[in-house]
Design a protein around this ligand. Structure first.
Ligand code: ADP
Ligand code: MG
Length: 689
């Protein structure tokens, strides 16, 4: 086992150090320039870079290369090609050209495209995303050189999740430059940062293998709540069991080798639930890294006799798993969401904040759409999870600042936190350190970033960040257009007025209270905030004229691409609900009903034996138990018939029929002899030994 000092951070990434070692000086500079400044790759260096990459990869045991991409399925995809090509009699030559590096053509006809790529022209192309470094993935018996790529159709339409993310980053960069220009900031570059906290469950592999629902759907479709789950809340931040720690340590070592800055690890609220959080990074890289984190968690779990569940709601009745997206924008290296140290910085902070508040209020529907998956449908609004209603938490201090701006009483001071004067009479002083914490808000300001908590644990972060970038870009552009018109002499007064109008118009989206409460659901309805509970409802805004126009205007997704995504996501939801329905039926009929029949048979035999032996005491109780079992068996049987009849119908009908089946099955679980129950129970799966 490696000692701490032997951990080679980033040793499997083609980073600056590797470039300088494997490339001529000029080529290394050109490539670094391309990566840093997002300029196109000079094709004349492609062959040399490819050659160096092959050498570097082979030095790490790589025999194959792959274009690593992120199709609309939500996972990553790869098709491996060996470096070796035949060269005469029984000889091979390791070959990897600039052409192989820059562009690939996977046989991609089975990836979802929403009709963008008909099968007769099924070609899809992958192209190197130079801004994300090449890395080597190690397996038990070899290694693969992975080239992060985008994936598009023959006609140039987007078929993946990376391309719109990159486009949205450009849109936000463009908009931030306009806004910063209004404040006389030197021309520069906006960089968007993401720190994605990843929650997951671990279950014993042997138990997992005996649960067809976990194996096929990633979640349990049955399972009565055990007496003790998380009521005692003693798991959260508790000491980590040695077996789990051994797993975590191996995960971290793998991640560090890939240059992924895994930072914190801890137990989460539910038993058998954990979290891994990396240090934040530039958005595109952070998204790629989160994809690798999920893959690494799964692979390493397997080696430790675990299965890592990334499903948003693997167990009913206890906490689900989310992925908190901590997001911010920096300009010329300075975080725009950090209340600054001088009047200029604070005026900028308020303008950026206003842009975000406006964006989230105006486009809550499309932000919600980005979190709409079947898994997350079971999580949002259940127990610990934020509701499907999108609102913003700003904290007491910042909310007070906004109130004063809105009331026009900006220059009055007050409150207990140390204040920063921002030197503009129309704008109030800002609190220096915003440390309030509210865990129930889907979108919370946490001092120097926003934490979007609605996304699900298994989601690709690019979906939500792409939307966030796009809506904030539109908002910054709109604000910049009004600020740019202000006469110089009345700049601060005018700015105050603009901010006041924005906060006033959009304050309905601000909510600092308990986001999990029933009162908030009612209050949000009064405020006219959307509460889109189911996936089909939540996805519908993807094809609204308003959103089609927004994404086209920002150059992120064209209407055909938006429609295609809508169709792909609806189709995926539909297929998954039907699969769940079928699996529930198989388990109920093939495992649960027979177990109940055996239980009844055994009770009947016992009753007969007691009668023969002339025993009387207890027979009444056993008869009652048998009657109860029989009644619930009848209910289960009827519910199964109803489910079967609805399998070809509407998804909501399938889901309500499944709930009936589950209710009967979970009740039976509490009545049947433990030893006879065919499925590992919640209490077994949630206890790690
Ligand atoms: P929490 O209290 O939610 O655990 P932390 O302060 O530990 O929050 O940070 C959570 C995540 O936020 C980490 O991944 C961290 O790197 C990230 N983060 C911190 N600052 C920024 C930033 N400016 N932009 C994006 N993410 C950030
Ligand atoms: Mg958090």
């Amino acid at each position: 086992m490696d000692k701490a000092k032997d951990i080679a951070y980033g040793s499997d990434v083609f980073n600056e150090k590797a470039m300088r070692e494997y490339l001529a000086k000029d080529t290394a500079e050109a490539l670094l320039h391309t990566m840093r400044d997002h300029t196109p790759l000079d094709p004349s260096i492609a062959n040399e870079v490819a050659h160096a990459l092959k050498q570097w990869g082979m030095d790490r045991g790589a025999t194959h290369f792959t274009h690593w991409f992120q199709p609309l399925t939500g996972s990553t995809a790869e098709k491996h090609d060996a470096f070796f090509e035949p060269a005469g009699m029984a000889e091979t030559l390791a070959r990897f050209s600039g052409k192989n590096l820059i562009m690939g053509e996977p046989d991609a006809s089975s990836f979802p495209s929403g009709g963008l790529r008909r099968t007769f022209e099924a070609r899809g192309y992958t192209a190197w995303d130079v801004t994300s470094p090449v890395f080597v993935k190690r397996h038990s018996n070899g290694a693969t050189l992975c080239i992060p790529t985008v994936f598009c159709s023959y006609t140039g339409e987007v078929l993946d999740k990376k391309t719109p993310l990159l486009r949205s980053m450009q849109a936000l960069d463009r908009a931030a430059r306009k806004l910063m220009a209004c404040f006389g900031e030197p021309e520069g570059h906006a960089s968007i940062t993401l720190g994605a906290e990843q929650e997951y469950f671990l279950v014993d592999k042997a138990l997992w293998a005996r649960r067809p629902d976990l194996v096929q759907c990633g979640r349990t479709l049955f399972g009565a709540s055990p007496a003790r789950t998380q009521q005692l809340e003693d798991h959260y931040f508790g000491s980590i069991k040695p077996r789990v720690l051994a797993f975590m340590e191996e995960v971290e070592r793998e991640l560090w080798r890939l240059g992924i800055p895994a930072k914190t690890r801890h137990n989460e609220t539910a038993p058998a639930q954990f979290e891994l959080a990396p240090m934040f990074e530039e958005l595109n890289l952070a998204v790629d890294h989160n994809m690798l984190i999920m893959e690494t968690l799964r692979n390493v779990a397997d080696r430790h006799g675990f299965v890592c569940l990334l499903h948003e709601k693997p167990f009913a009745g206890i906490n689900g798993s989310g992925k908190h997206n901590n997001w911010s924008v920096a300009y010329n290296g300075k975080n725009l969401l950090e209340p600054g140290g001088n009047p200029q910085e604070n005026a900028i902070f308020l303008a950026v904040l206003a842009s975000i508040v406006r964006a989230v209020d105006l486009h809550a529907d499309i932000l919600r759409a980005a979190t709409a998956t079947l898994g997350n449908e079971g999580r949002l609004g259940a127990l610990e999870a934020p509701p499907a209603i999108i609102s913003i938490f700003l904290g007491e201090d910042l909310s007070a600042v906004l109130r004063r701006i809105e009331e026009g009483t900006a220059s009055q001071t007050g409150g207990k936190t140390p204040k920063l004067r921002i030197g503009v009479d129309t704008l109030p002083p800002l609190p220096r350190d915003v440390t309030d914490r509210n865990r129930t808000s889907p979108f919370a300001f946490t001092g120097n970033k926003f934490e979007f908590r609605a996304p699900g644990a298994s989601q690709n972060c690019s979906s939500v960040c792409m939307v966030l970038n796009t809506i904030v870009a539109e908002s910054m552009e709109t604000l910049a257009a009004s600020i740019a018109k202000l006469p110089k002499a009345r700049f601060h007064e005018g700015l105050g007025k603009i901010l006041r109008a924005v906060f006033k118009d959009h304050k309905r989206v601000l909510f600092d209270g308990d986001g999990y409460s029933a009162e908030w659901v009612a209050e949000a309805a009064r405020r006219g905030l959307p509460n889109l509970r189911t996936v089909p409802e939540a996805l519908a805004p993807l094809t609204d004229e308003r959103n089609l126009a927004l994404f086209a205007a920002q150059g992120v997704l064209m209407p055909t691409e938006m429609h295609a995504r809508h169709d792909v996501f609806i189709d995926e939801y539909d297929r998954k609900v039907r699969l769940e329905g079928k699996v529930a039926l198989e388990i109920a009929r093939g495992m649960i009903e027979p177990a109940v029949a055996h239980e009844l048979k055994s009770l009947a035999q016992t009753l007969n034996a007691m009668r023969d032996a002339g025993l009387d005491a207890g027979t009444g109780s056993l008869r009652e138990t048998a009657r109860g079992l029989g009644d619930w068996l009848d209910r289960l049987h009827a519910a199964c018939a109803a489910l079967e009849a609805r399998l070809g119908g509407a998804t909501t009908d399938i889901q309500s029929a499944m709930a009936e089946v589950r209710m009967a099955a979970d009740t039976l679980e509490t009545l049947v002899d433990d030893a006879r129950w065919p499925l590992p129970k919640y209490r077994d799966m949630l206890a790690i030994h």
